[in-house]
Design a protein around this ligand. Sequence first.
Ligand code: IPD
Ligand code: CA
Ligand code: CA
Length: 292
Amino acid sequence: MSSFVKNKQSLPKDLLSLTFYLLIVNLSMQPMLNIAIRAARSAGELILRSADNVSRLSIDQKGKNDYASEVDRMAEREIINIIKAAYPEHAILAEESGEHKGNDFVWVIDPLDGTTNFLHGFPQYAVSIALRYKGRLEVGVIYDPLRDELFTAKRGGGAMLNNRRLRVTNQNSLKGALLGTGFPFKTDKHLDAYVGMFKALTTECAGIRRAGSAALDLAYVAAGRLDGYWEIGIMEWDMAAGILLIKEAGGVATDFSFNDKYMESGNVIVGNPKMHQLMYQLIEPHVTENLK
Ligand code: IPD
Ligand code: CA
Ligand code: CA
């Protein structure tokens, strides 16, 4: 049985208790959402201040086609300082500095999602911060500093863009749909499988965009700017906040086995329920054993 179904069993059964339960969850997470917003905005400002000086930044190559600049590291330090000042006991999983041990609250941080874009002056990058408690996503924030767009979500409390409530699209066919994706660029291990998926989808929909920030791709699905998105091999910090946004905006996320192990595998398909199903049908024949 999928764990979506399993989790529902722990929810209150009648409508009144469920409403009350969601209200309590919602209120108790507000201070943490506020901290995530403060940290994301502060990191975003820092990133913007450096955007005109990218040629002077020191850049490390972490792996093939995988870069981190001093801005990634400075933004991450800023976020962690803000979180630690408010919640010194909480644990952290951050892209650049890894795991910082703590209690059952874990902040999952991508200080700059879209580093390659940032380093090229290509205007598509964001800060992504999520909070999970005992394995469940509670809070998600994605901040696009260039457009001053703040995407936020709280479990049970909906998803917002600035002050506007978000909803995934009602698109119910691939015809006319706009999809997002990410190309595998760090290794050619899954390239053939990816090309198979791409071929199957590209002539069926209106267009496929590869904008270079998985966090914003996910936020755009939640915001109804994209009808769906899929990618192979992304990391927990790329997707944690975005997945919560999508779920809170009425969307669906699965891995390539129609299950919820996307954080573990890094392989993810998202969309409104119908789009997700349509995409899955065309992607599934190209899923190799290693991608399940
Ligand atoms: C990358 C971006 C990109 C995705 C990569 C990620 P980074 O994150 O999200 O869109 O295709 O898989 O690694 O390295 O810029 O934080
Ligand atoms: Ca990333
Ligand atoms: Ca990053």
